[in-house]
Design a protein around this ligand. Sequence first.
Ligand code: FE2
Length: 306
Amino acid sequence: MAQPVTASGLTTGHAPFVEEARHRGELYIEQKYELYSAENHESWKRLYQRIQSRWARYANDHFLKGIEVLDLAPDRVPRLTEINQRLEPLTGFQAKPVSGYVPGFLFFDCLRRREFPTTITIRPPDRMDYLPEPDIFHDVAGHVPMHTERAFADTLVRFGDCAHTAVEMTASVRDPRERARRLTNIVKAMSRFFWFTVEFGLMRGRQGTCAYGSGLLSSYGELEHAIESDEVQRYPVQLEWLINQGAEIDHYQPLLFIIDSFDHLFGLVDRLEHWMRQGKLDNVAPGLPEIQESDLRSFLDAAAKV
Ligand SMILES: [Fe+2]
């Protein structure tokens, strides 16, 4: 007989409700709020309270306004339905709960529909500082406040368009190996772009450089390091550099790129798509990230339907 799924709460790596959904092949799930344990809420509270002073110093103004508008609960894991009630009227975006990793094309296609795949589990208390996989603190406290800003939200949608352009550009390639090779390069370029902007981007602010990348905004340690440390190289963004630069994970980023504004970022995505159409993304520099089989497969499956 199946065991009831209550014991471990919704802790990353120990969440039977989520793991069972994943095993059943269910990508989109509900946020079963009653499953959060007292420990889960305590983790949110610690993470949220600890990062306040760093947000005040290093986050961009749009993010701070987003935090205010969303009125995130400081002392308990937020309910996505409540967030969406405040978010959707602003930009049409919604946080959509998922059971785990969303393969590349499906992820970008969600952005195009103004849906943000959102992890519902939260990191365990002994791993407050670093978790390689996203959790609800990264997704909701790091990403979602940015989705309240019109130009940024529109940029994500344009990024979703790029995934469709990638499919359109490669669907007519007859040789399946060549189609997979081109898509691998294009997806690598898109992943690097996303990594150095949406996840780890810096921008010019009123008082110097500030952060808008969600990997930075959800990390107490790296947020300060990214802005203050002499070990970090910071350069004005250049598209040709972004798409050819290896993206390193598992440690603080040694190289970050600065945009002027979200209109600037939107323009860069336009150029990314233009370059894709010109075939300029078919041969980017080798290196990280390695493109996972499931990511490539998601693009090939979409191309097969064209
Ligand atoms: Fe993220």
